[in-house]
Design a protein around this ligand. Structure first.
Ligand code: NAD
Length: 678
């Protein structure tokens, strides 16, 4: 066996994309770059990492690239294979601009490129779409090979990807998924950040976040609707705002203007409120300001609150970016006794020691330098800041502010920093924390338990008029008088174009329940069939009713003890594959970090065919109701009633097991006194 035989045995390989070794390319200095990830490999492991990366590379380039890859590993903590990045900017273009042997093969190329668009991706050169570490795949060799495979993919094959590595094409059939992918899955005993970090350096795993590695990210819009629903309902539930009113005259204070957090200002504006969002990185503030996602910039806390008070008085919506640390902003609010209604945080605490959370007293640039130069000191400062952050929140909560964790692992990070008081049981995180998570209190009971979740679509033609037609069609599928959630969703889609939400491809998010999603999906496919619009990609965030098992987030309102189980997300993934979704994804990590969540998602290409109608009819309801069923079994009331109705409507087709309700007091009395003493 030699490399010539191996090359001859492959039909799809890197040297078919690049006949010659591509030249090194300059970086656009204005673009954000990922911080240096800590390099911890031993000498032996470094050799292994190089060997691993060079598996993609023909022998004649080994010498040159071995040296270059070693340099990348030592200076960035990863081998990205920068040289293989396409020249210039990447954009998700019209599907007609891509080559392929089936529509799905072309459609997924649009999605991948949209995830890496300079206007969308957090660190486009490092293939990071959002959430500090969420990558489309591990390196540019994989990107090129995935693209090459997608061009070859036919209706009778399935492309298999493991943590960004294209394992290959395997025979399947037209009603099977065209792509099955997994990211970051680890063996239980080794399923932790430390191992993951070593494996990332070795080039054998990928942190896909949720929609980064599942190729379904649609820019910050994807999260605006969820954020809008969360803060609006927090206001209604916690501040006593009536169900038909909004956040007029109310102040929301938070942090982060990154990939997802960047949605906060816009969402609060749509909900009618005033927001102050702390952000340490000026480039992110500028991006959001240019996009119109924040309205003004304040350079110190005093200016931020002054601006806020002006708009609160006028009861006008306004989003203010404060350039600085959230902890400095809260110090000011506490010292000056400033009124805040709703308080949260969206720094990247799921990757708190990898640069996701900036210590107090450091500028963004100083944070980046310290991270590369002295990790121990960096960790010390992060922990110190987290402890102070917690104290300030406590003081504000005592004054009546409603604080909620925004699913960024903030409370877990605080407890890891040694603040045991934040744990509900005063010992460890296993029973959750003293402050509510946004899913536990708001999104879970009010939306997920009914099946409402972040359904979305991309108009693959890239045409704005297609998006407008789909907005209209989706609106016609919602009855605003059914529930308050339907009314909110109706208002959302009615104003979606006016709110200028699109960054990147022509995409839309619309929270919907199971039947709502199916109605919209079938309607869209019919529109494609009739030639009213071009092909459409349907999908959703993994952060949904049934897609994610995450005890401190998506499943934080599951109270039957099964919040540590990951059966639901795995079943959702397998069930979607069995029913023929075009792409199915299953990830470890995402949102809260490795070992803390299993999540999955799908992509479904609408080509107008009757074959696709049939797939939609058998998969769209399953994708949501598997989750509602699990929530019902955990005795969540809104899910039980949703499933009771479902069993009735779907009699003869589907059937869900429901829990009997037991008198808890009777059980408590029974157990009392009989519990064996330790
Ligand atoms: N929006 C949502 O609905 C949602 C849902 C679930 C989880 N999350 C979580 O929210 C977090 C943020 O996601 P993202 O995609 O925006 O990440 P991101 O890394 O793109 O953005 C976080 C931002 O916080 C800033 N920051 C860090 N420390 C700071 C500090 N001390 N003060 C002020 N600014 C600071 C960073 O500069 C960065 O721009 C992640 O942990 C993500 O998993 C968001």
């Amino acid at each position: 066996m030699n490399n010539q035989n191996i090359a001859d045995a492959m039909r799809i390989k890197l040297e078919d994309v690049f006949k010659e070794l591509p030249a090194k390319k300059a970086f656009d200095e204005t673009k954000r770059r990922a911080p240096k990830r800590e390099f911890t490999l031993s000498e032996r492991e470094t050799v292994l990492a190089l060997q691993n990366a060079l598996r993609y590379i023909p022998e004649r380039w080994h010498e040159t690239l071995a040296e270059e890859f070693l340099e990348e590993l030592l200076t960035t903590g990863r081998i990205y294979g920068y040289r293989f990045r396409p020249e210039g900017e990447i954009k998700g273009n019209s599907i007609d601009d891509y080559q392929g042997k089936c529509i799905e093969g072309k459609a997924f190329q649009v999605m991948i490129d949209n995830n890496l668009d300079f206007d969308i991706a957090l660190y486009p050169y490092e293939l990071v779409t959002y959430g500090e570490t969420g990558q489309v795949c591990q390196n540019w060799m994989q990107y090129q090979l995935i693209k090459a495979y997608l061009k070859e993919l036919t209706q009778d094959q399935t492309l298999v990807l493991e943590s960004g590595h294209p394992v290959g094409l395997f025979k399947s059939h037209p009603e099977a998924p065209r792509v099955i992918l997994t990211n970051g899955l680890l063996i239980g005993e080794y399923d932790n950040t430390e191992n993951w970090h070593r494996l990332m350096q070795l080039g054998v795993t990928n942190y896909g976040q949720m929609t980064a590695g599942g190729w379904m990210y649609i820019g910050p819009q994807g999260i605006v609707h969820g954020t809008y629903s969360t803060i609006l309902n927090a206001g209604r539930d916690k501040l006593g705002i009536p169900k038909d009113e909004d956040l007029k005259g109310r102040l929301f204070v938070t942090s982060g203007l990154g990939g997802m957090s960047g949605a906060q200002g816009k969402a609060c504006n749509i909900a009618g409120g005033v927001s102050i969002i702390a952000e340490v990185d000026i480039s992110r503030i500028e991006t959001r300001h240019e996009q119109g996602w924040v309205d003004s910039i304040a350079k110190d806390p005093e200016e931020a609150f002054e601006q806020a008070e002006k708009y609160l008085e006028k009861k006008e919506a306004h989003a203010i970016a404060f350039h600085g640390n959230i902890v400095d902003l809260l110090e000011y609010a506490v010292n000056e006794n400033k009124h805040i209604d709703l308080l949260s945080d969206q720094t990247s605490c799921h990757a708190v020691y990898e640069g996701g959370y900036c210590p107090q007293g450091l500028t963004f640039e100083e944070r980046t330098n310290l991270l590369g130069e002295n990790k121990e000191e960096f960790i010390n400062l992060v922990d110190k800041t987290l402890r102070r952050h917690f104290e300030l929140i406590q003081k504000l909560v005592e004054r009546g502010v409603y604080f909620f964790d925004y699913g960024n692992s903030f409370m877990k990070a605080v407890s890891d920093a040694g603040v045991i008081e934040i744990c509900k049981n005063g010992e460890n995180a296993i029973d959750g924390f003293i402050f509510p998570s946004y899913v536990e209190d708001i999104l879970g009971p009010l939306l997920f338990d009914y099946g409402y979740g972040p359904f979305r679509w991309v108009c693959l033609s890239g045409k704005k008029e297609d998006l407008l037609k789909t907005d209209e069609a989706a609106m016609s599928c919602i009855d605003p008088d059914r529930r308050f959630q339907d009314r909110d969703n109706y208002m959302w889609i009615k104003d979606a174009d006016k709110n200028k939400l699109v960054v990147g491809t022509q995409a839309r998010i619309l929270y919907s329940d199971a039947f709502g999603r199916m109605r919209i999906a079938l309607k869209f496919n019919e529109m494609v069939r009739k030639g009213i619009v071009g092909p459409i990609m349907l999908g959703r965030d993994h952060h949904d009713t049934g897609g994610t098992d995450s005890p401190f987030r998506e499943t934080s309102n599951i109270k039957d003890g099964s919040n540590l189980c990951a059966d639901m997300a795995t079943q959702c993934f397998a069930g979607n594959a069995a029913r023929g979704m075009s792409l199915v994804a299953l990830h470890n990590g995402g949102g809260v970090g490795i070992g803390k969540v299993i999540n999955g998602g799908f992509g479904m290409v609408l080509d107008g065919s009757h074959r696709v109608d049939q797939i939609l009819e058998r998969s769209m309801l399953w994708d949501v109701m598997g989750g509602v069923a699990r929530r019902a079994w955990a005795r969540n009331e809104n899910s039980i009633s949703t499933c009771m109705e479902y069993n009735d409507v779907r009699e003869g087709t589907d059937h869900i097991t429901l829990p009997y309700i037991v008198d808890e007091k009777m059980l408590k009395d029974l157990v009392k006194g009989k519990y064996p003493s330790k």
